[in-house]
Design a binder for this molecule. Structure first.
Ligand code: ATP
Length: 440
C-alpha cells in the first residue's frame, strides 16, 4: 500500500474520516468526519482561532451566512470568467478534464480525441423560496471572505475599530470542482479559515510580508517540518483574478507539493467592487488625519481539510518490527500518529490493567470521571495492555494512564508518554496537576 492508501485506511478504520453516503455507494468527493476526525478538525480550528483572536492583535471574529445575495457574486467576479476552470471534453467517453491535466491532445482515460477548452463556472447554484425560476437563484458561497467584505462597515462601526485590523472567519465553502481526487485534498464542500486584514494602501506590502511569515510559523509551531513547507510566489498572469500578489503556502503531500493556504494581496478590488455594485460608501475615514480611502486587503486563506491532511501526513509514522515496549511476540509493524499536543484528538487514555478484577475497574472508572471534564479522555479495557497502548499510539493519544494491582495499595498510577514511551508512577491526587503541566 502506498502512504496515501495507508492514511485513508487508518482514517476509516479508526473513525477519522468516512466516505459520505457509503451505504448508497458513496457520493463523489464528499467525506464525513467521524468521532476522532471531528475532534482533530475542531482542534485545528481552535488553534487557528486562538492564533488570530488571542495571539495576534486587532482581529475580531465573524460568522456570515452561506447564502448571500447573488449580487455579491456578480460584484466579486465569481459569476463571470474570473471563477471558472478551463475544461475539455473527450469526444468518445465524454469525460471532462481540466486543461492542466491533459498532457497530449488525447483523453487520459480512453485515448479519445478531445474538444477545445471551454469555461466552466465553479459556483454551486440553488433556489431559495417557493419558486424555481431565475428570480429564485442563489449560490452557495465559494469562499468565506465575501461575507467579511460585505460586513466591513458593520464590523468597523459596531466595534469602533481603527485600521489596520482583521476579521477572521471559519466556515463552509462550496465549489463545483471537476476533478476531485487525493482524498480530502480537493472536495466540493470544504471549510476555510480566512482572515482579511484591512490596511492603508501604502502599508499593504509590509503587511503582506508580515502575514506570510506568521502563517508559515503557525504550521511550524504545530509540528510541521520546515522541509515539508514552502512558499511559492505566483507570477502575474497565473494569479487569481483579484490578486495583486499571491503566495501559495505548499505542503509536501504524498502526491507532491500542493497548496494548503493562499496569502493574497487583494488590493482594493473587493471593496471597490462592492462599493460600485451596492452604491454604498465603503471608504474608511482616518479619525486623526481625516484621509479617506478604500482599505487594501491582505488575505490569509487556509483550508481546514487540507491542513488536516497535512498534519495527519506529517504525524504518520510506521515503526517496523514494533516499538519494543508494546510489541508482542509477532513483532508487527506499529503505527504512531505523532500529532502536536494541541491537535491530538484524545489527550489521555485511562486503562485498567485487567478487566476481570472488579476493584481495578472501579478505580479506573473513578479516575476516568475525574479526568474527563478537563482533558479529552478515552476509557479502554479491551485486549492486552500492549495492544491498547498501540491502539492509542495509532490515534495520537498523548498519555496513557494505567491502573494496576499496586494502585489499590499505594494510590499510584502509571503514566506513559506517547513519544518517549517512558513510564512514571504518579499519585492519583497529583494526576490532574501532572497532566495539566504536560498538556497546557
Ligand atoms: P486550488 O488551486 O488547489 O484549486 P485555490 O487557489 O483555488 O486552490 P483558494 O481559492 O486560494 O484555493 O482557497 C484557499 C484555500 O481553500 C486553499 O489553499 C485550500 O486550502 C482551500 N480550498 C480551496 N479549494 C478547495 C477544495 N476544492 N477542497 C478543499 N479545500 C479547498
Amino acid at each position: 500500500m502506498d502512504l496515501m492508501q495507508k492514511i485513508i485506511s487508518l482514517s476509516k478504520r479508526r473513525g477519522f474520516i468516512f466516505p459520505s453516503s457509503e451505504i448508497y455507494g458513496g457520493f463523489g468527493s464528499s467525506y464525513d468526519f467521524g468521532p476522532l476526525g471531528v475532534l482533530l478538525k475542531n482542534n485545528i480550528k481552535k488553534a487557528w482561532l486562538d492564533e488570530m483572536l488571542k495571539k495576534q492583535d486587532n482581529i475580531v471574529g465573524l460568522d456570515a451566512a452561506i447564502l448571500m445575495s447573488p449580487k455579491v457574486w456578480e460584484a466579486s467576479g465569481h459569476l463571470t470568467a474570473g471563477f471558472a476552470d478551463e475544461l475539455v471534453e473527450c469526444l468518445s467517453c465524454h469525460k471532462r478534464f481540466r486543461v492542466d491535466e491533459i498532457k497530449k491532445d488525447k483523453c487520459p482515460e480512453c485515448g479519445g480525441k478531445i474538444t477545445k477548452p471551454k469555461q466552466f463556472n465553479l459556483m454551486m447554484k440553488t433556489f431559495v423560496g417557493s419558486l424555481e425560476d431565475e428570480s429564485a437563484i442563489a449560490y452557495l458561497r465559494a469562499e468565506t471572505c465575501q461575507g467579511i467584505y460585505i460586513n466591513f462597515k458593520n464590523v468597523l462601526n459596531s466595534g469602533r475599530l481603527k485600521l489596520p485590523f482583521g476579521i477572521a472567519q471559519i466556515g463552509k465553502s462550496f465549489r463545483n470542482e471537476i476533478t476531485t481526487k487525493n482524498f480530502i485534498f480537493r472536495m466540493r464542500e470544504f471549510e476555510q479559515m480566512e482572515m482579511q486584514w484591512f490596511c492603508h494602501p501604502k502599508e499593504a506590502d509590509k503587511w503582506f510580508e508580515f502575514w506570510k511569515e506568521q502563517r508559515l510559523n503557525w504550521y511550524l509551531d504545530l509540528g510541521v517540518k520546515k522541509e515539508n513547507l514552502k512558499l511559492s510566489e505566483i507570477p502575474a498572469g497565473k494569479r487569481a483574478h483579484y490578486a495583486k500578489r499571491q503566495i501559495d503556502l505548499e505542503y509536501n503531500f504524498p502526491f507532491g507539493w500542493q497548496e494548503i493556504e493562499g496569502i493574497h494581496n487583494r488590493g482594493d478590488w473587493d471593496l471597490s467592487q462592492h462599493q460600485k455594485h451596492s452604491g454604498q460608501d465603503l471608504k474608511y475615514k482616518d479619525p486623526e488625519t481625516g484621509e479617506e480611502y478604500i482599505p487594501h486587503l491582505i488575505e490569509t486563506s487556509a483550508g481546514v481539510e487540507r491542513s488536516f491532511l497535512a498534519f495527519f501526513t506529517e504525524a504518520y509514522q510506521e515503526i517496523s518490527g514494533g516499538r519494543t515496549e508494546t510489541t508482542e511476540a509477532t513483532k508487527e509493524e506499529e503505527t504512531l500518529l505523532k500529532l502536536d499536543k494541541k491537535l491530538a484528538p484524545v489527550k489521555v487514555a485511562i486503562l485498567p490493567l485487567v478487566k476481570n478484577k472488579k476493584e481495578i475497574v472501579k478505580k479506573t472508572q473513578e479516575i476516568y470521571k475525574m479526568i474527563k471534564p478537563h482533558f479529552m479522555a478515552q476509557y479502554d479495557e479491551a485486549g492486552s495492555i500492549g495492544r491498547r497502548y498501540r491502539r492509542q499510539d495509532e490515534i495520537g493519544t498523548l498519555y496513557c494512564v494505567t491502573i494496576d494491582f499496586d494502585t489499590l495499595d499505594d494510590s499510584d498510577v502509571t503514566v506513559r508518554d506517547r513519544d518517549t514511551m517512558k513510564q512514571k508512577r504518579v499519585k492519583i491526587g497529583k494526576l490532574l496537576e501532572y497532566l495539566a503541566e504536560k498538556l497546557n
